[in-house]
Design a protein around this ligand. Sequence first.
Ligand SMILES: [Zn+2]
Length: 307
Amino acid sequence: MQATVRGPVVFNGRGLHSGKPARLTIRPSMAEHGIWFRRTDIDSGDTLIPARYDVVHQSPLCTTLVNSAGVSVGTVEHVMAALAGCGVHNALIEIDGPEVPILDGSAVPFVRGIMQRGLRRLPAQVRAIEVLKAVTVTQGDASATIAPSGVMRIDFHIDFDDAAIGRQSKSLNMSNGSFARELSDSRTFCRKGDVEKMQASGLALGGAAGENAVVFDGDRVTSPGGLRHMDEPVRHKMLDALGDLALAGAPLVGHYTGVRAGHTLTNQLLRTLFATPGATRMVTCDAGMAALLPGAGLVWDEIPQVA
Ligand SMILES: [Zn+2]
């Protein structure tokens, strides 16, 4: 059955790019509502923003949603990944600022908050989007593909010049709580030179202290405490991919492969997928199919604990 949160779940923090403080509250909603954001700091006009791929404003560093009235919410990908990875299908996310708090740079604070509050089952079956045809988009040496598969699977390959990142590949079936267990605590990462460039252009202001992003400098990790996983960067790219794919509007049953891909390419993949005749169909999940979706089989004790 579809699920929502059992009660409001509150998070306080700062936006990574804007540096602005924000309070985010995930509220329960009814079956078939889907995921929506609402800006509570704006009193007039349409402040509701759908969590949907077709309202994504293209930006390379994070995923920003903009409604038809021009009201936006930035850096939605980690909270979207947490909702998808916990199996939350319906929620209203209220936020009193322009950007989702970055917290520790990963999705695990959202996962722990959601699962601590618990889920409420709703009287409607889960519907999923089944991928029927393979679709690929490319940009230079980067690509993103989605292909038919009986279960959601994410493969990712990255290749950075920085020796401390280098080449990393990982492949994961998203069922049985694997998102929360394997990916949710992997943090945003960046290169030291990029942070300086971003800050000079007014971005990444909340990430200056290295508290909410892993900072690499050539062959060194400059963040205090080092890495949570040897391959934390590729795990974070998979986390971002799950969050960006969650903007399809329903769980996506397909095999995603990202090669050096980012937010823009994953969004182009969804746009191309839904523009391709016969590439998807909506299915009502029976118990067997629902048991394979991200979030099914998630066990509290397996969620990583972070300081
Ligand atoms: Zn991210």
